[in-house]
Design a protein around this ligand. Structure first.
Ligand SMILES: [Zn+2]
Length: 268
């Protein structure tokens, strides 16, 4: 059975560095045979262990952009995936800033680690890649890293979308239509995003137009933690009529049976 596990829910360096929440990324596991690790930020391996995720079983690592909360542990995750290079395996799909030299910056993945994996795919804003039973489409997003991309994964029985860090755009909403489980990075509460990243207000706009079956908010900044992500999720749910939950570190959901997730948050 498919599972989505939130290894971390920190959305700012402040939240991660104070160890309020981890930022180890998101695991999507399908039928024991396919495992995706999305945005392996700081704490990826440690949280994987705590959540009983075996990083050696990862099939592909997907990275939206080169900010530290999203890719810090990429090389470490590759070591774990390949047994430090004993087995050349796995795929890395990343924004160009993560896997290629770009203007004035070198790629986040080291040359050494590039040689440990089977394939590295630099992503365009409109890209389609098949990995076994899953089709991955990139979602065009707008963020400080101009090469940033989001992901829409067409899996057997459900579709999951994760735009990563972005601001609201009508184009984004179009790409998110037809999603069952929508995971949104919402670092800011209310209308506090200031055009930098999503806030709850922008999440309401996206969710009410894209109409997923389940929305999960994650990637919380300090203001969001103070405002209480659970409260914000409730506001979003009330405004959109779409079941919305706030992720917590270690939260596991079943993307095909929504009543079937366990959350430490009571009342959801
Ligand atoms: Zn970012």
């Amino acid at each position: 059975m498919a599972k989505i596990i939130f290894l971390g829910t920190a959305g700012s360096a402040a939240v991660a560095s104070k160890n309020i929440r981890s930022s180890g990324g998101i695991i999507l596991a399908i039928d024991d045979s396919l495992q995706f690790h999305i945005d392996p930020g700081p704490g990826a391996l440690q949280k994987a262990r705590e959540c009983n995720v075996n990083p050696h079983r990862t099939t592909a690592v997907l990275v939206t952009h080169n900010h530290i909360n999203h890719c810090n542990d990429l090389n470490l995750v590759i070591e774990a995936m390949t047994h430090s290079g004993l087995e050349r395996r796995g795929v890395v799909l990343g924004s160009k800033s993560v896997v290629q030299p770009t203007d004035g910056s070198h790629p986040f993945i080291t040359r050494y680690h590039q040689n440990l994996v089977e394939r590295i795919i630099p992503l365009e804003k409109n890209h389609k890649i098949g990995i076994e039973s899953v089709e991955i489409q990139t979602i065009p997003v707008e963020h400080a890293d101009p090469t940033a991309v989001g992901f829409k994964l067409f899996c057997p029985g459900f579709t999951m979308s994760y735009p990563g860090d972005t601001i609201f755009t009508p184009q984004l909403v179009e790409h998110l239509k037809g999603t069952d489980v929508l995971i949104l990075n919402v670092p800011y509460p209310g209308k506090r995003g200031q055009g930098l990243n999503l806030d709850s207000d922008a999440a309401i706009k996206i969710i009410s137009q894209a109409k997923p079956r389940l929305a999960v908010i994650t990637h919380f900044g300090q203001e969001m933690i103070k405002a209480d992500p659970m409260f914000e999720a409730r506001q979003i749910q009330q405004a959109t009529g779409v079941q919305t939950i706030a992720a917590s570190d270690g939260l596991t959901i079943s993307p095909t049976g929504y009543g079937n997730y366990h959350s430490p948050i009571k009342g959801f």
